[in-house]
Design a protein around this ligand. Sequence first.
Ligand code: PGA
Length: 242
Amino acid sequence: MIIANWKMNGSKELIEVWLNFVSKNIKIIDGKDCIFCPPSCYIDFSKHLIEKTNQSIRLGSQELDSLLSKPLTGGITAEMLVEVGCSFVIIGHSEQRIHLNESNELLSNKLVSAIDNNLTPIYCVGETAKQKKSNQTKEVLLEQLDVIQSQIIDKCIIAYEPVWAIGTGESAEISYIEEVHSFIKEEFKNTTDFSKEISVVYGGSVNLENYKETYNSSQVDGLLIGGASLNHSTFTKIYNMS
Ligand code: PGA
């Protein structure tokens, strides 16, 4: 799967240009989802544009709230996301963990709420530069992965996004990505009776120079692309040629 994470970027005009170009030029193949995650306010607009094309571009949300027992001004529930056409939702992105102070308990609730409503979570994990330097990567990942309750593991996609690689232009080396992805996959194999291998996608400064090597690795099940996904021809090339 190839995922475009637009973060806090875009406008109706830019989305229309992007979707027109991508839908005309992309060759979507079975088993390789093309997932577009615009800002929440443009999801419904994007859904209507996608419906006019004959392409099965899927929609994902960058946001989900799960504090259902209390009123939450500004909140968006999983039901709402499904109603406006989402099939996926990004949960635990490091930018939200850091800036919105998301706790493990909150992330665990968001994952359950997504699954309960048939949304597939793209659950982001990754270490900071400081944690990597002090050899804490595996420990940090285990703590982040621990929030996934065992009964929902088979319905989650994991996105490994080293924090130091996000938006920096400094993608992780392929050997390092492979080591971490294999660690995550083994961890799930060893600790659960989940027989299918979990999907682990990579994100962090994926661009036209590095996508091929990363996507071609047998340990990598897809790409989560931020900055480079904003350009319609770059995104289309990465999808078609990976
Ligand atoms: P980037 O962002 O590709 O701009 O590094 C990836 C992400 O944050 O999902």
